[in-house]
Design a binder for this molecule. Sequence first.
Ligand code: ZN
Ligand code: ZN
Length: 321
Amino acid sequence: MLRLTLARVAVMAILVGTMTGQNGLGAEKKVPVTLRYLGTAGWEISDGATVILIDPYVSRINGPPPPGGSGSRIAGDTRPKVGWDDIATPDIAAIDSRISRADFVLVTHTHYDHVLDVPHIALKTHASVIGTESTENVMRAYGVPEEQLITVRGGEDYDFGVFSVKVIPSIHSALDHKRYFSSETAPATLKAPLTLKQIHPEGGTLAYLVRLRGHQILAFGGMNYIERELEGLQPDVALVGAAGSRKEIYDYTGRLMRVLQYPALVIPTHWDNFLLPYNASQQTAVDAVQKFVQEVKIASPNTNVIVPKYFEAIVLESAAK
Ligand SMILES: [Zn+2]
Ligand SMILES: [Zn+2]
């Protein structure tokens, strides 16, 4: 098991290292960047000094399934069942055991499987929260201080010194066989406690290109994208939504690989069944995601694909030549 992990990491080091870096920042790239999958669309990205979280959701409540029924509850689940009209309650113990620090939290959209844990994480770590007006209004409702809130709409390219982030306009997964649609935005007048429904107005969807230590990591929060918004990007790592609703999209994986100019590494995200606790089997999802891996291999044979395990370190070594 350990040997397998190390092998995975080593392969990564070679493939990513040889294909990154259009900016010549060789020295900068000698510092490894580590990615950890938190489940759902959640990631921790760190160079050891700066910690960036994307859609961190570790509470994994027994909540309602997305429209169209992808993912399902399991029999015998002892966790309390949470409905839309129940108070949104993150699992503080789970968050505190999994997440000790963060400098920035990037949120793709205001759905509970992306945003439920963010107010507590922001209050605890004092991280800046980058997200839509809808996401920031949910933060305000929980008393996250204004100086931590960075509201974006897509199109921004912000420099934070140690890293920069390009905010990319995007679109939500075509759930419910393309019948999903939301134009809702959380209002500025909200005050906690909020119901699950109140923290779940999509508010538009974003993707993020994180540039850190010479790497360019493109992160999606679901199974869709706007192709023209991705033109010219050359990420070496792409975190690509890989759940079944991608099949609603025309040539989802092929178009994406081509427009991104064949990234060195693709890691599927939002492919697991987030309605299950961490210790439940994800074998159904693991089996299903193999089809996505094949799609990438067909569209981009030189791309390395890693199906991430929860909390396992994926180290992007540099090409230190
Ligand atoms: Zn969503
Ligand atoms: Zn989601």
